[in-house]
Design a protein around this ligand. Structure first.
Ligand code: ZN
Length: 196
């Protein structure tokens, strides 16, 4: 179990972990390759890489969201695969949104403020994230289906701290598992439901 007292150190360790950033980029490349191999879901045409510029604020120095486009004339449909790095349209990396939001329930307010300021996240943004986890996320169809996997049931009032605790995210591989678990909500079609 995650201890409340060391929450700050594992959160900061993850946020400073260049190896983790590289690992997440590699996982995204794999997710993209997997989606590419399935072909266009509309016409069955071949998909080719069509990445676009996306630089998350605070934390990792990534600069592209991997994406795919149908090569078939007349279709050309874009398919953006799920991601362990980018969370829908959030301007911060997914792991920042998860970890800093979790700290709201795991650290004293002044420590959260330090963390927030170090990452350049303004107060209102963090408050929006908090409301999103406690409202939009827990009411989403994704969570309504997924929550049954957790025994004992997770506390909705301390999301996403309770999620982090359950995944034991102080370990890098377990944080990766959590980001993979959340990956289905990161594609544009799923994200629509999750916009406040
Ligand atoms: Zn197509």
């Amino acid at each position: 179990m995650v201890s409340k007292h060391c929450g700050e150190s594992w959160c900061q360790n993850h946020l400073a972990d260049q190896h983790l950033y590289q690992l997440l980029e590699k996982v995204d490349a794999d997710l993209t390759e997997e989606a590419r191999s399935k072909g266009c879901l509309l016409c069955g045409g071949k998909l080719h890489r069509s990445d676009y510029d996306r630089k998350p604020r605070g934390g990792p120095q990534w600069d592209q969201r991997f994406s795919l486009c149908c090569a078939q004339e007349g279709c050309r449909r874009r398919h953006t695969p799920s991601s362990v790095r980018f969370m829908g349209r959030r301007v911060y990396a997914g792991l920042v949104v998860v970890l800093v939001s979790a700290m709201l329930h795991g650290l004293k307010p002044e420590r959260v403020q330090c963390l927030r300021e170090a990452l350049g996240i303004d107060r209102r943004t963090l408050e929006r994230w908090r409301q999103w986890w406690l409202g939009t996320f827990v009411e989403s169809s994704f969570w309504r289906e997924a929550r049954a996997r957790f025994m004992p049931p997770l506390c909705h009032k301390t999301m996403p701290w309770s999620l982090c605790e359950s995944f034991e995210v102080e370990r890098r591989d377990r944080l990766l598992d959590l980001l993979k678990f959340l990956a289905p909500i990161t594609i544009p079609a799923a994200w629509k439901e999750l916009v406040m």
